[in-house]
Design a protein around this ligand. Structure first.
Ligand code: 5GP
Length: 193
Protein backbone atom coordinates (compact mmCIF):
# COMPACT_ATOMS: atom_id res chain seq x y z
CA UNK A 1 0.00 0.00 0.00
CA UNK A 2 1.85 3.01 -1.37
CA UNK A 3 0.46 5.67 0.99
CA UNK A 4 1.48 3.59 4.01
CA UNK A 5 4.95 2.84 2.68
CA UNK A 6 5.56 6.54 1.93
CA UNK A 7 4.44 7.41 5.44
CA UNK A 8 6.77 4.84 7.00
CA UNK A 9 9.64 6.24 4.91
CA UNK A 10 8.80 9.78 6.00
CA UNK A 11 7.90 9.35 9.67
CA UNK A 12 9.08 5.91 10.82
CA UNK A 13 12.13 5.62 13.05
CA UNK A 14 14.24 2.49 13.37
CA UNK A 15 15.10 1.58 16.97
CA UNK A 16 17.96 -0.87 17.42
CA UNK A 17 17.99 -3.98 15.23
CA UNK A 18 14.36 -4.90 15.02
CA UNK A 19 11.88 -2.21 16.11
CA UNK A 20 10.12 0.37 13.97
CA UNK A 21 8.62 3.34 15.77
CA UNK A 22 5.51 4.74 14.07
CA UNK A 23 3.98 6.60 16.96
CA UNK A 24 3.21 9.75 14.96
CA UNK A 25 0.53 8.04 12.82
CA UNK A 26 -0.31 4.55 14.08
CA UNK A 27 0.67 3.45 17.59
CA UNK A 28 0.20 6.61 19.68
CA UNK A 29 -0.90 9.64 17.67
CA UNK A 30 -3.22 8.43 14.88
CA UNK A 31 -3.78 9.71 11.34
CA UNK A 32 -7.48 9.01 10.71
CA UNK A 33 -7.24 9.58 6.93
CA UNK A 34 -4.53 6.96 6.60
CA UNK A 35 -6.48 4.63 8.90
CA UNK A 36 -9.55 5.01 6.70
CA UNK A 37 -7.47 4.05 3.64
CA UNK A 38 -6.15 1.04 5.57
CA UNK A 39 -9.70 0.10 6.51
CA UNK A 40 -10.79 0.27 2.87
CA UNK A 41 -7.86 -1.84 1.63
CA UNK A 42 -8.63 -4.73 3.97
CA UNK A 43 -12.39 -4.37 3.49
CA UNK A 44 -12.01 -4.60 -0.32
CA UNK A 45 -9.76 -7.64 -0.03
CA UNK A 46 -12.14 -9.51 2.28
CA UNK A 47 -15.45 -8.10 0.98
CA UNK A 48 -16.63 -11.43 -0.43
CA UNK A 49 -15.33 -13.64 2.38
CA UNK A 50 -18.42 -13.56 4.56
CA UNK A 51 -16.61 -12.00 7.53
CA UNK A 52 -18.86 -11.45 10.57
CA UNK A 53 -16.36 -10.00 13.10
CA UNK A 54 -12.99 -8.27 13.17
CA UNK A 55 -10.78 -9.32 16.09
CA UNK A 56 -7.61 -7.70 17.44
CA UNK A 57 -5.61 -7.27 20.67
CA UNK A 58 -5.54 -4.01 22.58
CA UNK A 59 -4.08 -1.45 22.40
CA UNK A 60 -2.56 -0.50 19.03
CA UNK A 61 -4.51 -3.09 17.05
CA UNK A 62 -7.75 -1.35 18.03
CA UNK A 63 -7.36 1.59 15.69
CA UNK A 64 -6.86 -0.16 12.33
CA UNK A 65 -9.28 -2.93 13.38
CA UNK A 66 -12.05 -0.43 14.09
CA UNK A 67 -11.66 1.18 10.67
CA UNK A 68 -11.75 -2.21 8.93
CA UNK A 69 -14.87 -3.18 10.89
CA UNK A 70 -16.56 0.10 10.00
CA UNK A 71 -15.89 -0.48 6.29
CA UNK A 72 -17.24 -4.03 6.50
CA UNK A 73 -20.15 -2.81 8.64
CA UNK A 74 -19.58 -5.49 11.28
CA UNK A 75 -18.50 -5.43 14.96
CA UNK A 76 -14.88 -5.31 16.11
CA UNK A 77 -13.75 -7.18 19.24
CA UNK A 78 -10.47 -6.46 20.98
CA UNK A 79 -8.93 -9.05 23.28
CA UNK A 80 -8.32 -7.46 26.67
CA UNK A 81 -5.06 -7.76 28.51
CA UNK A 82 -6.35 -7.09 32.02
CA UNK A 83 -9.41 -8.60 33.60
CA UNK A 84 -11.73 -6.16 35.34
CA UNK A 85 -14.79 -6.56 37.53
CA UNK A 86 -17.20 -6.03 34.67
CA UNK A 87 -15.86 -9.13 32.87
CA UNK A 88 -18.11 -11.59 34.68
CA UNK A 89 -19.02 -13.71 31.66
CA UNK A 90 -17.33 -16.90 30.52
CA UNK A 91 -13.93 -15.96 29.07
CA UNK A 92 -11.81 -17.41 26.29
CA UNK A 93 -8.14 -16.86 27.11
CA UNK A 94 -4.64 -17.23 25.66
CA UNK A 95 -1.14 -16.49 26.94
CA UNK A 96 0.64 -13.95 24.73
CA UNK A 97 4.29 -12.91 24.98
CA UNK A 98 4.68 -9.27 24.02
CA UNK A 99 7.57 -8.56 21.67
CA UNK A 100 7.81 -4.90 22.65
CA UNK A 101 6.99 -5.17 26.37
CA UNK A 102 8.91 -8.43 26.98
CA UNK A 103 6.20 -9.77 29.26
CA UNK A 104 3.62 -12.53 28.98
CA UNK A 105 0.02 -11.57 29.58
CA UNK A 106 -3.25 -13.43 29.55
CA UNK A 107 -5.54 -11.96 26.89
CA UNK A 108 -9.25 -12.59 27.00
CA UNK A 109 -12.45 -12.27 25.03
CA UNK A 110 -15.93 -12.88 26.42
CA UNK A 111 -17.36 -16.13 25.05
CA UNK A 112 -20.68 -14.41 24.33
CA UNK A 113 -19.18 -12.34 21.49
CA UNK A 114 -17.96 -15.32 19.44
CA UNK A 115 -19.65 -18.46 18.19
CA UNK A 116 -19.20 -21.24 15.65
CA UNK A 117 -21.31 -19.15 13.28
CA UNK A 118 -18.64 -16.44 13.13
CA UNK A 119 -16.07 -15.98 10.40
CA UNK A 120 -13.34 -13.72 11.67
CA UNK A 121 -10.72 -11.43 10.18
CA UNK A 122 -7.83 -10.84 12.61
CA UNK A 123 -6.23 -7.39 12.29
CA UNK A 124 -3.09 -6.12 14.02
CA UNK A 125 -0.75 -3.17 13.67
CA UNK A 126 2.48 -5.21 13.55
CA UNK A 127 3.47 -8.81 12.89
CA UNK A 128 6.81 -9.68 14.47
CA UNK A 129 7.13 -13.19 15.94
CA UNK A 130 3.44 -13.92 15.61
CA UNK A 131 2.63 -14.41 19.28
CA UNK A 132 -0.29 -11.97 19.31
CA UNK A 133 -1.81 -13.48 16.14
CA UNK A 134 -1.31 -17.07 17.37
CA UNK A 135 -2.92 -16.22 20.72
CA UNK A 136 -5.95 -14.83 18.90
CA UNK A 137 -6.08 -17.87 16.60
CA UNK A 138 -6.18 -20.12 19.70
CA UNK A 139 -9.02 -18.12 21.22
CA UNK A 140 -11.00 -18.20 17.97
CA UNK A 141 -10.47 -21.95 17.59
CA UNK A 142 -11.71 -22.44 21.15
CA UNK A 143 -14.83 -20.51 20.18
CA UNK A 144 -15.27 -22.72 17.11
CA UNK A 145 -15.14 -19.67 14.83
CA UNK A 146 -13.74 -19.81 11.31
CA UNK A 147 -10.72 -17.61 10.56
CA UNK A 148 -10.60 -16.01 7.11
CA UNK A 149 -7.19 -14.40 7.45
CA UNK A 150 -4.77 -12.26 9.39
CA UNK A 151 -4.52 -8.67 8.13
CA UNK A 152 -1.39 -6.81 9.19
CA UNK A 153 -0.56 -3.14 8.75
CA UNK A 154 3.23 -3.56 9.06
CA UNK A 155 4.87 -6.96 8.80
CA UNK A 156 8.52 -7.39 9.74
CA UNK A 157 9.23 -10.20 7.30
CA UNK A 158 12.64 -10.91 8.80
CA UNK A 159 10.95 -12.22 11.95
CA UNK A 160 9.15 -15.54 12.35
CA UNK A 161 5.51 -14.42 12.61
CA UNK A 162 4.34 -14.84 9.03
CA UNK A 163 5.71 -18.38 8.71
CA UNK A 164 4.21 -19.40 12.07
CA UNK A 165 0.76 -18.09 11.12
CA UNK A 166 0.89 -19.61 7.62
CA UNK A 167 1.81 -22.99 9.16
CA UNK A 168 -1.68 -22.98 10.69
CA UNK A 169 -3.14 -22.72 7.16
CA UNK A 170 -4.42 -19.18 7.69
CA UNK A 171 -3.43 -16.61 5.03
CA UNK A 172 -1.55 -13.45 6.01
CA UNK A 173 -2.22 -10.20 4.15
CA UNK A 174 0.16 -7.34 4.93
CA UNK A 175 -0.06 -3.76 3.67
CA UNK A 176 3.67 -3.12 4.20
CA UNK A 177 6.39 -5.74 4.46
CA UNK A 178 9.79 -4.92 5.87
CA UNK A 179 12.69 -7.07 4.65
CA UNK A 180 15.10 -5.55 7.16
CA UNK A 181 16.76 -2.46 8.52
CA UNK A 182 20.03 -1.23 7.05
CA UNK A 183 21.92 1.65 8.65
CA UNK A 184 18.78 2.96 10.27
CA UNK A 185 16.76 2.78 7.03
CA UNK A 186 13.81 0.55 6.26
CA UNK A 187 14.25 -1.91 3.40
CA UNK A 188 10.86 -2.99 2.04
CA UNK A 189 9.79 -6.32 0.56
CA UNK A 190 6.86 -6.56 -1.85
CA UNK A 191 3.60 -6.02 0.05
CA UNK A 192 0.50 -8.19 -0.34
CA UNK A 193 -1.79 -5.29 -1.24
P1 5GP B 1 4.29 -10.44 17.73
O1 5GP B 1 3.26 -10.95 18.67
O2 5GP B 1 3.98 -10.71 16.28
O3 5GP B 1 5.69 -10.87 18.09
O4 5GP B 1 4.32 -8.86 17.90
C1 5GP B 1 3.20 -8.12 17.53
C2 5GP B 1 2.89 -7.06 18.52
O5 5GP B 1 4.05 -6.46 19.06
C3 5GP B 1 2.14 -5.97 17.82
O6 5GP B 1 0.78 -6.04 18.21
C4 5GP B 1 2.78 -4.69 18.25
O7 5GP B 1 2.02 -4.10 19.29
C5 5GP B 1 4.10 -5.08 18.83
N1 5GP B 1 5.25 -4.85 17.89
C6 5GP B 1 6.03 -5.80 17.34
N2 5GP B 1 7.02 -5.26 16.63
C7 5GP B 1 6.86 -3.92 16.71
C8 5GP B 1 7.59 -2.81 16.17
O8 5GP B 1 8.60 -2.94 15.45
N3 5GP B 1 7.11 -1.57 16.48
C9 5GP B 1 6.01 -1.37 17.25
N4 5GP B 1 5.63 -0.11 17.48
N5 5GP B 1 5.31 -2.39 17.78
C10 5GP B 1 5.73 -3.66 17.52
Amino acid sequence: MEALISRIKRDGTVLGDDILKVDSFLTHQVDPKLMRQIGKMFAQKFADSGITKVVTIEASGNVPAAYVAEELNIPMIFAKKAKNVTMNDELLTAEVYSFTKKITSTVQISRKFLSENDKVLIIDDFLANGQAALGLINILKEAGAQIAGVGIVIEKSFQTGRALVEETGIPVVSLARIAGFEQGQVVFAEADL
